[in-house]
Write a protein that binds this ligand. Structure first.
Ligand code: IMP
Length: 430
């Protein structure tokens, strides 16, 4: 299979993990390149459910190599927890799971800082996952962070950790009125155990990926979150703290853009968002609740109910633009099975003027009026459909219209249910 990057085109939770799992079979190396334990990737395989926050979801295929690359902010505790769960489930990770020595560590003080900052913001809070993501990326950018490779030199780690701990304590308690309710020495003792378990996984993963590339192995880059949570291109400040778009696969894993053949955009058949921020097609009515229940739209990291709304083609067009998407994977089509009427946002209106572009500023996005087109629902199960032609006519028309509104980017797959076999392959990657 050609080398591909998988990215979310909306606000995350588009069902990336299922598509990653599907493509993992044809790949050799699966690489996570940004984000951290804020992501929650749920895979259902042979009836068994796995939720991953740190380990690439490709790991459930026992023959694949998985990499957590340098662009990730790495939560070692969460990582080891997931490894223990995999081992309990009979899956070994030895000699096929690697973590970049350059990835920055998310440490307990980052989580405390994340919580304290959020609490101090009152009504204007971002609604973060409180996994310490923002503070860890901030330390990386301000060059005070600790990296996975620093675990090799335990004395250095302890010295820098202690210094950071004291600084963070002051910031958290004196500026944000929060608490850093952990004891330094106890935490360092706990980290020594974590460090000893981590050492065998640490590697120069940029080199590992390059060697795999030279040997013509198929590389699959697994993005987290979605385009509108991107630090630059998303609905700032209601975004995450990393670049979630496809370009980040290169900087976040240490491979040049020439290695990427395809960018697969995961597009949910409607729209959801978790956390605060503008959402033009949000439905605060019965239909929103119906989508939430039918789609099981509750966060896999925080359990929060997701906000739900109709498909917004303005957003997905922008996603195609900023990600260079070459194939679309349409997910959760079956969630719409029970609707008489399904709406699609074709464009916005701002002060009575037609607007085809997604505004750059959150305050302008709050003021757009979504303009809809209505399509008839299909009101039946999609269970037995194995090809596009098997879909009911109204479902085919809905998919075709979405594609038409999204620059006619060809579909790779259409997902019609959570299980591996509930997948229609439209046109394989070449
Ligand atoms: P953070 O990434 O925890 O700092 O959260 C910032 C924003 O991104 C919040 O609105 C979160 O709800 C959202 N977010 C972070 N990770 C995910 C994800 O994997 N799926 C959906 N939303 C996410």
């Amino acid at each position: 299979m050609p080398n591909a990057v998988i990215v979310g085109t909306q606000w995350g939770d588009e069902g990336k993990a299922k598509v990653i799992d599907y493509l993992t079979e044809r790949s050799d190396v699966i690489i996570r390149f940004q984000g951290g334990a804020n992501a929650g990737h749920t895979v259902i395989a042979e009836g068994k459910k796995f939720v991953f926050h740190m380990v690439p979801s490709g790991i459930i295929n026992p023959n694949k190599v998985c990499v957590v690359a340098n662009g990730v902010v790495f939560d070692a505790q969460q990582f080891l927890l997931e490894i223990d769960e995999l081992k309990t489930g009979g899956l070994s990770v030895e000699n096929r799971l690697y973590v970049s020595d350059l990835a920055h560590l998310v440490l307990p003080y980052h989580k405390a800082q994340d919580q304290a900052v959020e609490s101090s913001m009152g009504k204007s809070k971002i609604g973060t996952t409180c996994r310490g993501i923002g503070p860890a990326y901030a330390d990386k950018a301000s060059r005070t962070g600790l990296r996975v490779g620093d675990l090799h030199d335990w004395d250095y780690f302890c010295e820098k950790f202690s210094k950071n701990f004291e600084n963070k304590k002051q910031i958290i308690e004196q500026i944000y009125n929060g608490t850093l309710d952990i004891d330094l020495n106890t935490t360092l003792k706990e980290f020594k155990v974590i460090r000893d378990r981590m050492l065998p996984f640490i590697a120069d993963t940029s080199h590992l990926i390059f060697e795999a590339y030279r040997q013509k192995k198929a590389l699959l880059f697994e993005g987290a979150q979605g385009a509108f949570l991107d630090l630059d291109h998303g609905t700032y400040p209601f975004v995450t703290s990393s670049n979630t778009i496809s370009g980040s696969a290169c900087s976040g894993s240490g491979i040049g853009p020439g290695a990427i053949d395809h960018v697969i955009g995961i597009v949910k058949s409607y729209t959801t968002r978790v956390g605060n921020g503008p959402f033009p097609t949000e439905l605060n009515c019965e239909n929103g609740e119906k989508l939430r229940v039918a789609g099981g739209e509750f966060g896999s990291t925080t359990g929060r109910p997701r906000r739900c709304g109709w498909f917004d083609s303005v957003m997905v067009r922008k996603s195609i633009q900023i990600n260079g998407i070459t194939r679309i994977a349409l997910t959760k089509l079956d969630v719409l099975n029970d609707f008489d009427e399904i709406k699609i946002c074709t464009h916005y209106e701002i002060n009575g003027t037609k607007c085809q572009q997604f505004p750059s500023y959150s305050r302008d996005i709050e003021n757009v009026i979504p303009v809809y087109e209505s399509m008839p629902g299909w009101r039946c199960e999609l269970g037995g459909c194995k090809s596009f032609d098997d879909l009911p006519d109204n479902a085919k028309a809905y998919v075709r219209r979405l594609q038409q509104l999204c620059y006619d980017v060809p579909a790779l797959i259409i997902s019609i249910g959570p299980d591996r076999n509930e997948t229609i392959e439209v046109e394989p990657l070449q």
